[in-house]
Design a protein around this ligand. Structure first.
Ligand code: NAI
Ligand code: SOE
Length: 394
């Protein structure tokens, strides 16, 4: 069976998730499109890189991503580093003829994302942006129902992503609170996952009208690169630095098919952990999803009997998208790891079958354009339209 060598750049949280997916994918989807080989991992110091290779099962390690990008043995470059590094690595990888999977948000903004899209298009390599939550079987099932017309014409979409790991002011100033590294705050970090849901399930967004807030304007400066996501709090008299990104945003949206909606995200919502949700209302029914209960899709159809009207729960399993590869009994439990395993499967399939991967850098670019418009709208306090070429480009 064909083997594809992966060069992974970054050995933090997402390094772990993607490495697990490379190991697990063939166990779930057999015969696999190709066997992922964890060839080389890169991190910023020898100690981090060596440790990551041992922990995550890579044959080699390096502290120089350029060397790995140009290594003729490598087929795929997997970018799991902070957001400000994505563009340079992805463009170099494309120029070296490597297929590229890159974590979200694709870039610091639309302008940068466009240069990445141009580079992979020109090089003719496969490209994917890692919006893995759309791979949750219940989300893919919602997409299937929508495509089958089960809820009719879509009227509205309400999406949220609420977390609380940064609600404590002693949660340190990691890279996620610095504009030059992250691009934006809750918007780019978690709001983009909801924008991906909206585009995937409903259609292209044409207009936004938003508000943003930075609730905690300064935080204790963090030493060291890896973001511990609030699990390690600063104590004592630690110097503080300014937060220059949003902690929270809320936007109204209009879709090109006439639907309307709202999208919001915050990392300062005590009690919410990974509350990534949507509710979609159509002329013939409604669908609702909450990632904290990710085996379940709530459905209500207009032709349900009058004495049984209301949301009911469909537990995803073998009868549903990706069910052939996952667990044999509904509700045994889909985890974060499975979404990454499915993502890897779909990316490897696109490489081996020479088809377009989805979501790809074009999607990543459009999401960035929407994020930029949200920031512009919040700044101006008015509706902002996405430019015609972003909405209509194929
Ligand atoms: P992290 O802070 O846990 O790890 C980042 C790693 O990259 C660290 O080990 C750091 O030393 C390394 N690194 C930084 N610059 C580097 C360079 N130039 N060369 C090699 N290594 C370098 O960050 P995390 O949480 O893994 O985030 C990485 C990316 O994944 C971000 O873009 C983030 O938005 C995204 N992400 C996506 C998630 C999803 O659900 N799809 C979940 C978490 C993060
Ligand atoms: C932190 O908010 C974070 O790790 C995000 O970066 C991810 O994209 C999200 O999936 C989980 O939370």
């Amino acid at each position: 069976m064909k083997k594809l060598n992966v060069g992974m750049i970054g050995g933090g949280f997402m390094g772990k998730a993607h490495a697990l997916a490379y190991a697990g994918m063939p166990m779930f989807f057999w015969p696999a499109p190709a066997i992922p080989h964890r060839h080389t991992i890169v991190d910023v110091t020898e100690e981090l890189a060596k440790d990551a290779a041992a922990k995550l099962g890579f044959e080699h390690y390096s502290t120089d991503w350029r060397e790995v990008v140009n290594d003729p043995n490598i087929d795929i470059i997997d970018i799991v580093t902070p957001n400000n590094t994505h563009a340079e690595i992805a463009i170099a990888a494309a120029k070296a003829g490597k297929h590229v999977i890159c974590e979200k948000p694709l870039a610091l903004g639309a302008e940068e994302a466009k240069t990445m899209l141009e580079a992979v298009t020109e090089a003719g390599v496969k490209h994917m942006v890692a919006f893995n939550y759309r791979r949750t079987p219940a989300v893919a099932l919602a997409k299937k129902y929508i495509e089958e017309g089960r809820i009719g014409k879509i009227l509205s979409f309400r999406g949220t992503y609420l977390q609380d790991w940064s609600a404590d002011p002693n949660s340190p100033l990691s890279w996620r609170f610095q504009k030059k590294v992250a691009g934006s705050g809750a918007l780019g970090d978690i709001g983009t996952h909801v924008v991906d849901f909206a585009r995937y399930l409903v259609g292209e967004i044409t207009d936004v009208n938003a508000m943003t807030k930075t609730w905690i304007p300064e935080r204790p400066i963090q030493t060291g690169g890896v973001d511990k996501l609030g699990t390690v709090k600063s104590t004592g008299d630690v110097p503080k630095g300014a937060v220059d990104v949003d902690d929270e945003f809320i936007t109204m949206v209009k879709f090109d098919n006439g639907a309307i909606g709202s999208i919001e995200a915050t990392r300062n919502a005590w009690g919410r952990n990974n509350y990534l949700t949507f509710e979609i209302h159509g002329e013939k029914g409604s669908l609702a999803f909450n990632y904290e209960r990710r085996d379940e899709l709530q459905v209500c159809f207009s032709d349900d009997p009058a004495d049984a009207k209301g949301f009911r729960t469909v537990y995803t399993g073998p009868a549903h998208p990706y069910g052939e590869g996952l667990w044999p009994i509904p509700a045994l439990g889909i985890g974060y790891g499975e979404t990454k395993i499915i993502e890897t499967y779909d990316f490897f399939k696109s490489i081996v079958e020479d088809t377009e991967a989805s979501p790809n850098f074009n999607d990543g670019y459009r999401v960035e354009a929407i994020a930029d418009a949200i920031l512009e709208s919040a700044e101006k306090g008015e509706w902002v339209s996405l430019t015609k070429n972003v909405v209509e480009a194929k």
